[in-house]
Write a protein that binds this ligand. Structure first.
Ligand SMILES: NC(=O)C1=CN([C@@H]2O[C@H](COP(=O)(O)OP(=O)(O)OC[C@H]3O[C@@H](n4cnc5c(N)ncnc54)[C@H](OP(=O)(O)O)[C@@H]3O)[C@@H](O)[C@H]2O)C=CC1
Ligand SMILES: CC(C)(CO)C(=O)C(=O)O
Length: 327
């Protein structure tokens, strides 16, 4: 029987654990603020694609409490990507566990590879617009769902490659979509174009994607220009996955939401809840990688500095709240 641990049972982790559960995997889910709800009622998943479903993982309040349910074949990391996240799963990692990263950003795998040199690292790119609307209740508002995975590094051993293939088979058995790439980094860059643009822009403007596009005549073009800038960095690293076509495809989804209802990117959700934002994984690493190949990235540098300022305020003050109007 395959066993999986979900670390970070929020918006993405709840749905991803459910896919594995449907594939017959025994899923243990580390829950923090939603522990009582998940333990009592399971997770309610409301999806445009799959309707209303209840997922019933083994809910545990910490990684230490998960240990008796292991050893785990797969450890699925679905928390936000912060520089120290790799340390949080340590107690659950055993020889043979494959660590699957279901997180946005670029350059996030190295820390895991260093911390767990004997384990397979499977890097995953998430297309799943979801929100935890209340504790234990997750909404998946459009039919979009795709998980793209590949080993880190691309040159990993045949057993690691086989673990990635097996993981994708489980995903498909759970009724969801998973594509395996020999080198996942091209897909990571492509997704980063979207996240390094819309996530900070929406977080900084407090607009969901549809409202940002409505907010000025230049908004659409501006977003495309930032994506092209990410594309120049990707290109310098040998990845040609950010093209006019891929940018059009990303932007089309956001434009459609002007008719069907806007989506708050995960970084805006964090700001609304006073949670730290993924500023290093999504912007800082991209700026540093650009510096490494001497590509000038003025838009990314500006977004990085502003998002760092925003993160500073969040960490200092907690939840965002409107500043009282001076009478
Ligand atoms: N939401 C979306 O639409 C998408 C998100 N992504 C990416 O997926 C990843 C996950 O995002 P998302 O699901 O939105 O994030 P959420 O904030 O909804 O979920 C993260 C979960 O991790 C938990 N967590 C964090 N730290 C710990 C800890 N130390 N111990 C136990 N639990 C912890 C949080 O618990 P608590 O609630 O108590 O803080 C929360 O339940 C991110 O990298 C994001 O960028 C990618 C595509 C779409
Ligand atoms: C933009 C979106 C919803 C794309 O799936 C995303 O990746 C996020 O919210 O972080």
């Amino acid at each position: 029987m395959t066993k999986a641990l979900v670390f970070g049972t929020g918006a993405v982790g709840s749905v991803y654990g459910w896919f594995l559960e449907k594939a017959g995997v025994t899923v243990t889910a580390v829950c923090r603020s939603n522990y009582n709800q998940v333990k009592q009622n399971g997770l309610l998943i409301r999806s445009k694609k799959w309707g209303r479903n209840i997922s019933k993982p083994i809910a545990v309040p910490s990684v230490a409490a998960a240990k008796p349910y292991g050893p785990f074949d797969y450890i699925l990391v679905c928390s936000k990507a912060f520089p120290d996240t790799h340390t949080l799963i340590k107690e659950a990692v055993t020889p043979g566990s494959a660590i699957v990263l279901a997180q946005n950003g670029i350059g996030i795998e190295e820390a895991y590879a260093k911390a767990y040199p004997q384990n397979s690292i499977i890097s995953g790119v998430v297309y799943l617009p979801v929100v935890q609307v209340e504790l234990g209740v997750v909404e998946h508002g459009t039919p979009l769902e795709r998980f793209e995975v590949g080993t880190y590094p691309a040159s990993a051993s045949p057993p690691s490659k086989a673990q990635a293939e097996h993981f994708a088979e489980l995903w498909e058995a759970g009724g969801a979509t998973c594509h395996v790439y020999d080198d996942i980094q091209g897909q990571r860059w492509s997704k980063l174009a979207l996240n390094a643009t819309l996530n900070p822009i929406c977080a900084l403007t407090l607009c969901d994607d549809a409202n940002f596009l409505r907010s000025s005549e230049d908004a659409f073009q501006m977003a495309c220009d930032v994506m092209r800038e990410v594309g120049r960095v990707a290109q310098a690293y040998g990845y040609n996955t950010i093209t006019d076509e891929s940018i059009k495809e990303h932007m089309k989804r956001h434009q459609e939401r002007m008719d069907t209802g806007g989506k708050a990117p995960s970084m805006l959700q964090d700001v609304e809840h006073g949670r730290p934002i993924e500023v290093e994984a999504i912007l800082g690493n991209a700026v540093r990688l650009a510096q490494g190949v001497k590509i000038d990235v003025p838009y990314l540098r500006l977004l990085y500095a502003l998002a760092k300022g925003l993160n500073f305020s969040i960490i200092r003050d907690g939840a965002w709240r409107p500043i009282a109007t001076v009478q």
